[in-house]
Design a protein around this ligand. Structure first.
Ligand SMILES: [Zn+2]
Length: 304
């Protein structure tokens, strides 16, 4: 996992250029519509104004980024179905984004206008963004549900019960069952309340289970988690370094929380050691599929 140096150009400019170049190639090839590529490419930075954001721009030392250990990997083989990697006339591989999309079962939770308004009000309070739209996804957060069934997790997210004395209730974009079935609960264009400090810019994926290891030891579930995450990375141009565990939320450079009492709020699901295993697997899959891996993880000192 060492050769990320060529991606160290200024982040937004580099990504925008990459997105536009990729769009041009795809359009020229008549391959896909431009929306998936351009849905975020040319807009200004998503980081909203707030007291926490300016201090987040200092670069992390290379030592912090680390190389994911290879020794802790589970014994199950990585996902083996690799979509073909197309090559542009210039010889640059480009990912087949649609081909990377795993099967997804739609099981939407109720999200009536009232809940949308609650999400927008939450977003205004915590991020200074008066909208429930997830327009600039930069992060993917992995979770486990803490329960034992898809149904109980779905019911929790559908209930819209207050959490930490606030509405809307918690939710996630996806739940992955123990048999590997991927369910989508919320459109990717909607903010969903799964990680304090990151909901304005993060997709949330919940694995049914009660520990990181339980998921790592379930080949079907882990494979679905990796495939879903890789597709989201390719679709939204998210680097593997911004695929994090909930337990890593406070050190994400995108962490933003205007409500001071919540600045240290995080959970135990998916710690750094276990996510290093996941990121190593994802990086291998990304290279194989022609998905840009991006720069290594950048971490910040928690603002608490
Ligand atoms: Zn979580």
């Amino acid at each position: 996992m060492g050769s990320h140096g060529s991606h160290r150009a200024p982040r937004r400019a580099g990504r925008t250029a990459l997105a536009l170049a990729a769009a041009a190639v795809l359009v020229a090839a008549g391959f896909v519509g431009t929306k998936a590529v351009l849905d975020r490419g040319s807009s200004p930075t998503a980081t909203p104004p707030g007291p926490a954001s300016p201090s987040r721009s200092s670069p992390a030392s290379p030592a912090e980024t680390g190389t994911p250990p290879s020794t802790g990997a589970p014994s199950t083989p990585p996902a083996t179905t690799s979509p073909p990697v197309a090559t542009s006339p210039g010889g640059t591989p480009r990912p087949d984004v649609d081909g990377l999309r795993p099967p997804i079962v739609q099981e939407p939770i109720p999200f009536p206008p009232e809940r949308v308004r609650e999400m927008a009000a939450y977003s205004e309070r915590h991020y200074g963004i008066s909208s429930a739209d997830l327009t600039h996804p930069e992060v993917i957060v992995e979770h486990f549900t803490g329960g034992t069934s898809f149904t109980s997790a779905w019911n929790t997210f559908a209930s819209n019960d207050p959490h930490l004395d606030e509405l809307p209730g918690t939710c996630a974009h996806f739940i992955i069952d123990t048999d590997g079935t991927i369910y989508q609960l919320v459109p990717l264009s909607r903010m969903c309340r799964h990680t304090v400090g990151l909901n304005y810019t993060a997709f949330g994926i919940e694995d049914v289970g009660q520990s990181d290891q339980e998921v790592l030891d379930d080949p079907a579930q882990l494979r679905s988690m990796l495939r879903l995450t890789l597709w989201l990375m390719a679709r939204s141009h998210i680097s593997v370094g911004n695929v994090i565990g909930h337990n890593e939320s406070l050190t994400s450079p995108f962490h933003l929380e205007r409500f001071a009492p919540w600045r240290c709020q995080t959970h135990q699901d998916w710690n750094r050691e276990d996510m290093d295993v996941v990121r190593a697997r994802l990086a291998d899959m990304a290279r194989e599929a022609g998905v840009p891996v991006g720069p290594p993880a950048r971490r910040v000192t928690p603002d608490c």
